[in-house]
Design a protein around this ligand. Structure first.
Ligand code: PEP
Ligand code: MG
Length: 893
């Protein structure tokens, strides 16, 4: 077993083993780019450690061998007193988890070697500052000492000195600080800060392994749907220093981050932040304010030119936007990290089409560069440009979107308020990984410090949350729970509006308008028109790529002409589910009440007779809206009592009337009916096809309305394509009975109207028994539509109305599932039934049409599954149609 890879041995395709960081450092090394030498311990070693609580046998020796080789190459020894080699020990998983796991820099420094470093660097101050940083970082992450204690001591030292920044602290101050930090460590842990460099290294490695399982790392993985068993790699890299003294000449140094394109717009150019005289973590943590990368040209032109050339090499090599961390040590540029960069949703679409135009990728690959979730994000509303607003301040547009909410100043309040249904905006000076829960709970994040690559910005972009960072005019006082801008004071609970696309922050609520992408889908904007921007043009092209490739058709769940027309504009190829119960609400409820209360055939027929013309009108409108496209009409599904008054309310009303001796015959009958229909488990009760079988004439009335509406549309030279769908079937016998009756009614309508109606009759598959006997059911069904909402409910035995609020949070926390099975199809359970039922159905009836109309039909991951199992279409709510089209295209690309 090999647990350690030198940078020269790995490559970018070994992310699962070396983590993103290790794999990409290896790739850059092999591209001949300036990477400080180092090696990476695999995720396998981490997983063995996490499983068994100790490092795998042989790891220590392998690390020793690689360390020896590194020492030879560098001509230095780890922690040697005269001229120490120092290393960084960094985490790095297959998927980027920014700031969630541990990193320790300057490993190898000790009371002995600090002097050696000072001699090496010719800079005593630098050596002591590095040592101070090591004890602080090691103390906090490896030894678990409260980080605040170091921060306070540092602040105190600065105060005592009257210094504004760390840079002003001198050697004597730093020596005192080191002594104090060591005391903080021994007080906090009961042991001294380890002086043996190899012990430092081994403890740091172990701590990185363990950081895979911290609460915040787990939480982040759940949010991002990253599996919990991947483990982290550990990259050990010789240190280079950006903080070797402040100087404006090319002898100086600094550290920075860069993007090969703007991660917000996709435009090519010089984007990034640079911080002179600093180490890497200073930039990413947003602790000090940075300068724009372009200024590096005047600071150190040679390094700047080399960096631009490396950026071009990387972009051509990776054929994508890359982000980079680099350090300049005494005028020499070093690459510390690169990866395919995170980007905003809009930039993802623009970059994908730009790369196609540059000939770097083809259309199929372009489709892999965007996601349905990103498209969904682009369909969010924006602030109304014409609305009056009061600008409070302006920061960096870190993650787009328009968010309105009440200002809160800590994570705890963000969570508490959002649980009680408030929309909140988390306002912080800067965020750190401990703010993660609050960021999840908030609508948006606003910080007064930090750049585009600060923690707040990176995490918010990853979550698709609106974020404005580095709004420097804003003075955030978290203790007083207050934000001050000039003379304006914003207290906790005051409303703010945040525009993550422009970086602007407004006081009060600014109204929002639809996104241009929605305007485009609505047909109110054409991709070529002047007002359409690059984004709309890119979306237009990507949709065309997807439509050309996808095999799945996309239909809509819609019950009225308005939704149907929107769905059609959004690209729906039919209606996959019209829930007719939605047509029985409002004033029609009393008619249904009459139907339920009917004692005699006559009363019942009268009630049905009143409903028939209304239903016929509904269907006629729907068929007209979807002329030429299939419309699947589902016969009445929910338990009847849903149409009746609430049992408690009605009981009280009747009781009060009795007390007043005010007899209401109708209420009494109603109460009787409510009692009779009351069910303990209505979802498993009298609903779906069962209703049709016990209420004489109900389904016949609906079938007649569908048939007459079809005849009317034919008469009007239309092209109606209705499909009649029976819900909640468990056995083919149920379907046969309904089918016989439906065929009789259709024949009657055909005779009466003198038309030939081509009405398909099929069923939903939403009970396990239906799925298991799909082969038989297909004898009587011309199509199946998988009702994965009910199927999930019945396969898992989870009430779809209750469990998400009751125990799903606990299940998600325990990792029993990564996402609610009501949201993303459970492939192994529910999905397996869908797959086998599809096969069995088609074995009985080749050409059986198969679709899905549960919520999963619009869920990106589920769409890929339905493509794999060979369904003909997915059906989803109108707003999710573009997402389903795109994902169906991605699945086929
Ligand atoms: C389903 O069960 O998946 C379905 C589409 O029907 P409903 O949600 O109306 O029960
Ligand atoms: Mg259902």
């Amino acid at each position: 077993e090999k647990y350690v890879y030198d940078f020269t041995e790995g490559n970018k395709d070994l992310k699962h083993l070396l983590g993103g960081k290790g794999a990409n450092l290896a790739e850059m090394t092999n591209l001949g780019l300036p990477v400080p030498p180092g090696f990476t311990i695999t995720t396998e070693a981490c997983n063995i450690y996490l499983d068994g609580g100790r490092e795998p046998a042989g790891l220590r020796d392998e690390v020793s061998a690689h360390l020896d080789a590194l020492e030879q190459r560098m001509g230095k020894k780890l922690g040697r007193a005269e001229d120490p080699l120092l290393v960084s020990v960094r985490s790095g998983a297959k998927f980027s988890m920014p700031g969630m796991m541990d990193t320790v820099l300057n490993v190898g420094l000790s009371d002995d070697s600090v002097a050696g470093l000072a001699a090496q660097a010719g800079d005593e101050r630098f050596a002591w500052d590095s040592y101070r940083r090591l004890i602080q970082m090691f103390g906090r992450t490896v030894l678990g000492v409260d980080g605040e204690r170091f921060e306070e001591a540092l602040e105190e030292a600065k105060r005592a000195k009257g210094a504004a920044t760390d840079v002003e602290l001198e050697v004597a101050d730093l020596k005192k600080l080191v002594a104090l930090f060591k005391r903080i460590v021994s007080d906090g842990t009961g042991r001294d800060f380890p002086q043996d460099p190899r012990e430092q290294l081994d403890l740091a490695i172990r701590s990185v392994f363990e950081s895979w399982n911290t609460d915040r790392a787990r939480l982040y993985r759940r949010q991002e749907r990253i599996p919990g068993d991947l483990g982290t790699a550990v990259t050990i890299c010789s240190m280079v220093f950006g903080n070797l003294g402040p100087t404006a000449t090319s002898q100086g140094g600094g550290t920075g981050v860069a993007f090969t394109r703007d991660p917000a717009s996709g435009h090519q150019g010089v984007y990034g932040d640079y911080l002179q005289n600093a180490q890497g973590e200073d930039v990413v943590a947003g602790i000090r304010n940075t300068v724009a990368l372009a200024e590096l040209e005047t600071i150190d032109k040679k390094s700047y030119d080399q960096l631009l050339s490396i950026m071009e090499t990387l972009e051509t090599h990776y054929r994508d936007l890359c982000d980079i961390e680099f350090t300049i040590e005494r005028g020499r540029l070093w690459m510390l990290q690169t990866r395919v960069g995170k980007r905003t949703a809009g930039a993802a679409f623009r970059i994908a089409t730009q790369l196609v135009d540059q000939g770097l990728i083809d259309e199929a690959e372009a489709l892999q560069r965007v996601t349905g979730a990103q498209l969904a994000q682009l369909m969010f509303p924006r602030f109304d440009d014409d609305a009056k607003r009061e600008l409070l301040g302006r920061g960096i547009a870190a993650s787009p979107g328009a968010a309105v909410g009440k200002a809160v100043f800590d994570s705890y309040t963000a969570i508490k308020w959002s649980r009680s249904g408030e929309k909140v905006i988390l306002v912080r000076r800067e965020t750190n990984p401990d703010d993660l829960d609050g960021m999840i709970a908030a609508e948006a994040i606003l910080t007064s410090r930090g750049g585009k690559t600060s923690h707040a910005a990176v995490v918010a972009r990853g979550m698709g949350k609106t974020c404005v960072c580095g709004a420097e005019e804003l003075e955030v006082d978290t203790k007083a729970r207050r934000l001050t801008v000039g003379s304006t004071v914003i207290e906790e609970g005051d409303v703010l509006s945040i525009d993550g696309s422009t970086g602007k922050v407004y006081l009060g609520e600014v109204p929002v308008v639809p996104s241009p992408v929605v305007e485009y889908f609505e047909g109110r904007m054409h991709a070529g028109a002047e007002e359409a921007d690059e984004l709309v043009a890119a979306v237009h092209r990507m949709m065309a790529y997807a439509d050309r490739r996808r095999r799945l058709r996309v239909r809509a769940n819609a019950d009225n002409a308005e939704d149907a027309l929107r769905a059609r504009r959004f690209g729906a190829q039919g209606i996959g589910l019209c829930r007719t119960e939605h047509m029985f609400l409002g004033e029609r409820r009393t008619m249904v009440e009459k139907l339920i209360l009917a004692d005699t055939d006559e009363e019942r027929e009268q009630a049905l007779g009143e409903l028939l013309p209304l239903q016929k009108k509904d269907f006629t409108e729907l068929f007209e809206a979807m002329d030429g496209l299939p419309v699947t009409v589902r016969l009445l599904d929910p338990p009847l009592h849903e149409f009746l008054p609430d049992i408690t309310e009605l009981s009280v009303r009747v009781a009060l009337a009795e007390a007043r001796k005010d007899h209401n015959e109708n209420d009494l009958r109603l109460l009787q009916a409510v009692h009779k229909l009351h069910e303990q488990n209505p979802m498993l009760g009298l609903r779906g096809v069962r209703l049709g079988l016990v209420i004489p004439g109900l389904f016949a009335m609906q079938v007649r309305a569908i048939a007459e509406a079809s005849a009317a549309r034919l008469d009007a030279k239309g092209d109606p394509r209705a499909e009649i769908m029976i819900p909640l079937v468990g056995t083919v016998q149920e379907l046969e009975i309904v089918r016989d009756e439906a065929e009789r009614v259709i024949a009657e309508v055909e005779r009466a109207t003198g038309t030939r109606l081509k009405l398909a009759l099929g069923t939903m598959i939403e009970l396990p028994r239906a799925a298991l006997t799909a082969g038989q059911i297909a004898e009587a069904a011309e199509f199946f539509s998988f009702g994965t909402n009910d199927l999930t409910q019945t396969v898992w035995g989870f009430s779809r109305d209750d469990v998400e609020a009751s125990f799903f949070t606990a299940y998600l926390e325990k990792g029993i599932f990564g996402v609610s099975p009501f949201e993303t199809i459970d492939r192994d359970g529910v999905g397996a039934l869908v797959r086998s039922a599809a096969e069995a159905g088609r074995a009985t009836r080749p050409g059986l049409k198969l679709g899905v109309c549960g919520e999963h039909g619009g869920d990106p991951e589920s769409v890929h599954f339905f493509h794999e199992v060979g369904l003909d279409y997915v059906s989803c709510s109108p707003f999710r149609i573009p997402v389903a089209r795109l994902e169906a295209g991605r699945a086929a690309a």
